[in-house]
Design a protein. Sequence first.
Length: 172
Amino acid sequence: MTRTAHCCCGALRIETSADPDAVVACHCGECQRRTGSVFGVGAYYKREHVRAEGQFKIYVRDGQEGRKLRMHFCPTCGTTVFWEADLRPDHIGVAVGAFHDANFPRPTRSVWEESKHGWVAFASRTSRRGGRPKETLNNVACWATWRLGRVFKDSWSRGGGFSRQNFKVDSE
């Protein structure tokens, strides 16, 4: 199956010509920083099934045990679209969000869970309750977006705006 991922401005594109070998949710601090979220999700493809188009810059960071990770990002909008890791030299990791495909396969693994936020949980089915989207939520990213949106909306509607004391995530 052919899929296309791209950065926010569309200048850096990745085309994949096969299904991913793995889809991994990573909770490490570096993926949290890279995504600006509480975890990152990457799809890993054999190198021969990935083709990149457009200019990119590379940020190299240290990984575990002295191995390196090379993050490829758009020089215009800054979006990290794909990466190469010394740990898996025969594979390319692609940011799942860059595909913008609600039917993309869900994560098959969750790693670095010691850094996972306590309120993150994966489930194949999430019950529908008032205010949630009608579709079944297949991952926490959808739930977190929905939930944080409600927290901010509730805070704004009470006249609270964005302040530290008005930002809290309660459990339901």
